[in-house]
Design a protein around this ligand. Sequence first.
Ligand SMILES: Nc1nc2c(ncn2[C@@H]2O[C@H](COP(=O)(O)OP(=O)(O)O)[C@@H](O)[C@H]2O)c(=O)[nH]1
Ligand SMILES: [Mg+2]
Length: 469
Amino acid sequence: MHINSNDTIAAISTPPGVGGIGIIRLSGKKALKIGDKIFRSKSGKKISKAPGFTVHYGHIVEKNNKSKSMKLKVLDEALFTVMRAPRTYTREDVLEINCHGGIVPSRRVLELVIDNGARLAAPGEFTQRAFLNGRIDLLQAEASLNIINAKTEAALKPAVYQLEGRLSAIINKMRDELIEFIAPLEAAIDFPDESMTCAPGVRLSKTLRKIAKALKGFIEGADKGIMLQNGISIVLAGAANVGKSSIMNALVEYERVIVTNISGTTRDVVQELININGIPVRIADTAGIMDSSCVITKESVARSLAFSQKADLVLFVLDSTREINKTDLDVAKKLKNKKVVIVVNKSDLKSKINYSEILKIFPGASRVKISALRKQGMAQLEHKIVSQFFKGEIVKSEELTISNLRQKKSLEECYGFINNAILLIKNKGFEECLIFEIRQALNSLGSLVGEDINEDILDNIFNRFCIGK
Ligand SMILES: Nc1nc2c(ncn2[C@@H]2O[C@H](COP(=O)(O)OP(=O)(O)O)[C@@H](O)[C@H]2O)c(=O)[nH]1
Ligand SMILES: [Mg+2]
């Protein structure tokens, strides 16, 4: 992404499609001047003369090239909100134009502001400016992305917590505590006679241990935080007619997919998002695995297996009214490497199943008996799904604030350096080494909040945003 922060950027900030209002946002030095060029306010006042945090009613106008008199053509009726630097989202002058919603009006206004000197914003560029101008740190920038993308309330909570800067505050406090020890340690090297006596050493180890403990808490919660943000993907897999589609319908609570007693009913992979105890779960129903020479069946079986391989969890479905057959075993073998819950379906009917062979393939896998037809055992099934990832403990949002792998990696690095430092003190190592480890730990914490971070990494982060944020 080519970032020139002198440009004035513009984008449609509302989602594409038909809606009551559309918002075009501008940020940069020329934002208000561009406002003057395209706006005739009812009051006759100029946008560039308006104080911050004021809203103005009027019309968006453009030059009518066809008319000789150069009369202005009214494009839309609009409200202009003026926000002046530095108290804005980006810390630059910001202009927000509320015009009519819908694809055509907002597009035309966007084109107009671009014709008048703005440049189309890259994805996340407004938030990137907020970060580069020091209004928020990188953790907060990532939190704002998570807020937009949150799929459940439970996922929203930690993101809001992080946007408020509470995690950043904890991290910054750790940094301050570590920095405090650098000078005395350096003094100890320069004046070995007055070398670090027991007192700072004890205090330092205490601080290091406290930090290590906090980091460990965050790292342990990280996978859950990431999962809460991204959702868990699960796939229903098994032989034909075991009841996969019936389970899908029971989980999404409506007749999403066709159920018949004819094998091969499901062909395409069908996906739906459900919410289990606040955790977003993407569930996919797939074709039953079977041998066939039919081109369509072959393709659907291939997709089914490919999807199962990518999923976080496979619900391996068995029909309890019959013995395990070769297909069941073949499918099971293909899913051997996956995290699996064995779902024994049709428990409303007489059971004929003996799954010892299956248990050999999935030793230790959880099992649950259900009847998709009668909707029995569904709560247990949901509980089993979630407990594969969240082992029953209460989910505290403070501990789930780590929401991506980048953050987890920085924390793990830092944790490693802190532990090295603890060992050095214990083994009476050199002060130079101790300083080195502490500085490395400080670097990891710095990169966590976005200091001295390389441009490619930044671009990578902001590219995941939508345009207009
Ligand atoms: N008795 C009973 N029949 C079921 C149950 N679940 C599914 N079925 C029936 O099994 C057949 C195959 O179901 P379907 O969901 O299409 O299986 P799929 O091929 O694995 O997707 C249908 O006739 C369903 O009505 C159940 O829990 N109990
Ligand atoms: Mg099916």
